[in-house]
Ligand binder design. Sequence first.
Ligand SMILES: C[S@@+](CC[C@H](N)C(=O)[O-])C[C@H]1O[C@@H](n2cnc3c(N)ncnc32)[C@H](O)[C@@H]1O
Length: 421
Amino acid sequence: MPHYDWIWGDPPPLLKRHSEVKHALLRNYLIDYFLTLVSMPQQDKIQLTIVDGFCGGGLYQNESGQEVPGSPLVILEAIREAEVLVNVRQERRKPIKIDVELICIDDCSYALDYLGHVLDERGYGGGVAKGLIKLVKGKFADHCGAAIQRAHSRSPRSGRALFVLDQYGYSAVPMSCLRDIFAKLKHAEVILTFYIDSLISYLNEKNLADFELSTGMCSSVCAADLDEIKQSPRWRVQLQSSLYQSLTSQCSAQFYTPFFIRPERGHGDFWLLHLSQHWKARDVMATTHWQHHNHFAHYGKAGFHMFSTGYIGKIDDENRLQMGFDFSEVAATVCKETMMAQIPAMLFEGADGMTFEQFFLGLINTTPATRNMVEATLLELHQSGEIIVMDDAGDASKARVKLKADNVLRLPSQRTFNFSI
Ligand SMILES: C[S@@+](CC[C@H](N)C(=O)[O-])C[C@H]1O[C@@H](n2cnc3c(N)ncnc32)[C@H](O)[C@@H]1O
């Protein structure tokens, strides 16, 4: 996991290619997020708070020697870009205003000092002077409560806030912070970096205890069994799966995506977890991944339950690489075919069927597919007679392009089902 030094007067620190990928995801997601929020042309302002909890010094040089922005600048540039895009696309008479207060927290005074200079140089000095960009020195965990309070007082009804938590390792974001964010802000979202490889590679009784103590996360890993667990050829897969389950079940977010990034040389995989309270937020993130698939790799399976076997860079201790799921057109086809085969089997359980909404919400966390992709697959299965979609009068629906949330999905009666799929 990289460490950066920002000293004003020295060249900015080096940013590796896989960290540029992280910034590309953040920029693309923010633009998609703003465009989703301002879909109504009569709206002329959206107000929210963004907390960059581990903001850094704001500037790097990349592997080709070019200056590239750090997360605070990525956020500020994405706001400007989204404003321009909305105004052009919607041909607005009154331009949209994306009213963001950006709270930048870092516990290193050099990094904050550097960021202050960078913001000034890039024309954001006025924003800092007016308090629209706040620079806060200290640990994220110590300032999280105040940031939540601030976001709440700016948007008491919508509770709209985004927390970018780009920690160095895996232990600087306590579960209690995540739970507070989701308890107090109705539309909060978190993008959390988690260096799963560093945790797993050096996992022993002491590290596990330290990790649990600093994050307040109870893993289901038993320290006394660690030596034995590591004898299994699939121990990395099993540990990743188990830690992922513990984190997602204890952070109290209802929806999540576990996309992860792998450095070129195969060491230091990290998760970029997107956590939210609303399916739509999760869907926007999944759509971002499909739209910008060149950047991201998501190791997992194509259809539903992609985490049942775990997902990981190194499938065993011989460092054999598992194939990545890459959000390409081929991946979309495989994803669809997998869902086509899985869905009838999944509907077999409930004799009375289930609504599209129940089906989708129950499975969203387990698939890279977006709502549109699941909907299109269901409609195709309905048209080929593999499943039945019923409208609210109980008749077979004539829907071809859209499903309603309360449409009921079920298997045709007397269907013989092949369990070998
Ligand atoms: C990975 S760097 C962040 C990079 C930045 N988000 C970006 O994308 O440009 C992590 C930053 O977190 C800071 N840091 C480390 N521990 C911290 C903590 N507990 N609270 C707040 N900041 C912390 C470090 O000084 C460093 O600047």
